[in-house]
Every structure is written in structure tokens, then in C-alpha cells.
Ligand binder design. Sequence first.
Ligand code: ZN
Length: 133
Amino acid sequence: MKILKIDHLGIAVKDMEAGKAFWHDILGLGFAGTETVAEQKVTTGFFPVGESEVELLESTAPDGPVAKYIEKRGEGIQHVAFRVDDIEAALQELKEKGVRLIDETPRKGAGGARIAFLHPKATGGVLVELCER
Ligand code: ZN
């Protein structure tokens, strides 16, 4: 498995516009637009920073995973995403190492990426996303 870089930090927000007012208007990060991923019940907003991005996540429904996350733990960093060169090979390797996965096979993420999540119980409490673009 080859991890190339931190692809993005996923940050759960209640209000994309309020998030944009801080990350874009105040901090001055770029803003690359939003995209809704219907099956995840989430709208994502991308704020490029160097080789990586801040990804704001706003739920589109009260029962979506991001809404549930905010309900339990409040707004804030929800996941860390690493870019890998070959997501299937990475998942296979992790399976062989006995790492608990949320996604055994990649699914479709924002921006045409293929993504998979590792279980936070296997990572010391951090929701880790692998992504291949
Ligand atoms: Zn992500």
C-alpha cells in the first residue's frame, strides 16, 4: 500500500455558508464549489490548501451520517482522508492485516473519487478514509 499524501480533512458543519465564511472569507482558502453525494446524504464543499483540501460536510437529511455525527459529537473534524495509488490493493492489504473496515470495496465519493472507510475502532478513534483519484 502506498499512501501518497493527505488528500483532505473532512469537517462536519451544520451550515455550509457559515463554514465558507470562516474557511474562505476569513482564512482566505480557495473555494472550489460544492457537490451533493445523494447516497451519503451530504453536500461537500472543497477548499484547496496546498496539495490538500479542507472538505466541509453538511448533511442533506436529519438521518444522514453527518447529521448523526454532529448530534453525537458536535461539529468538527470528522475524518482524515489519505490518497492511495491503488485502493483495491490497499483494502486487500488491510484485510490481510486484520484491520476492521467499514467498506470492504470502494464506493463513489465526491469529485469522482473512489473511497473506502476504515473502522474507527481499528484506528484509535480516527475515521480514516482512503481515496483514489
Ligand atoms: Zn472525505
